[in-house]
Design a binder for this molecule. Sequence first.
Ligand code: F6P
Length: 327
Amino acid sequence: MNSIKKIGVLTSGGDAPGMNAAIRAVVRACVYNKLDCVGIYRGYQGLIEGEFKKMNARSVKNIINRGGTILKSARSNDFFAKEGRQIAYDKLKLEGIDALITIGGDGTFTGASVFSEEYNIPIIGIPGTIDNDINGTDYTIGYDTALNTVVEAIDKIRDTANSHNRLFLIEVMGRDAGDIALNAGIGAGAEEILIPEQDMGRDRLIESLKRSKNSGKTSSIIVVSEGDQIGKNIFKLASYIEDKLTSYEVRVTVLGHIQRGGSPSCYDRVLASRLGIGAVDALLENKKNMMVGIRHNKLIYVPFIETLKTTNKLDLELIRVADITSI
Ligand code: F6P
């Protein structure tokens, strides 16, 4: 028997395209299972401040195609404090919410893990972040869309790089993970890809650029992950390259938050829909304090504690593909 009657759903941390599709699936799975569903605005901060709205099947109409999150998002410092979590718990009890579904990244799961243990509240997490940096799931919601946004942007930059015989450094997001840089870099045909999981060193980069020039290339694209050591200050890296290779004219583009916006790809919409339903199913099966993720295209459930482990998942096969195709 399951005693859950009312589920709260929230989005927290950096937004990601597809979060709305996940909210929609959660709300409709609740309706399907005759459960009440409450939308909690602005993540854990809204939970503390009691920003609740009762949801029904029609509250989530026309959102599957929209980026961002209709529930809004926040990074809450108050929730890190015990007093903040006590207020959040009191608000949940007052509203009669028995269980939570939290959509977000590692910060969201850290908060969920602590909160569920402190107050014995069943929580299921859905991985939603463009970074794809959650352990235990092959993909996070928003990652595929962000990759396509980045590739589209680099394609445009390539046109102008090529016309002017320039070298472009393009910074992409990913916090401490190089997934976006590596995959978008391969997809956009970058000459070099700098990622935090692999320290290339500036000298090797210069040598590689020299080889590239000698092989007849007239323009180059270097994709730099924001977390990469030598790319940490991309403008300094640009000056360094110009000093060492005077024949190169270097320009920098920081793609920034355009990577987080936009209409989700079909892959992200389907993934979000599956994970949303999987999260409600999990609560009904008395699962708690876990993430619902995807591995080898099958839904899986992974304890929060496992999802938060950092693994240096440098994909050597992808590195090889990048090296060979950029000759
Ligand atoms: O985690 C998603 C992400 O977009 C990272 O790639 C980036 O480092 C960070 O969030 C940016 O956070 P904010 O929007 O708070 O500046």
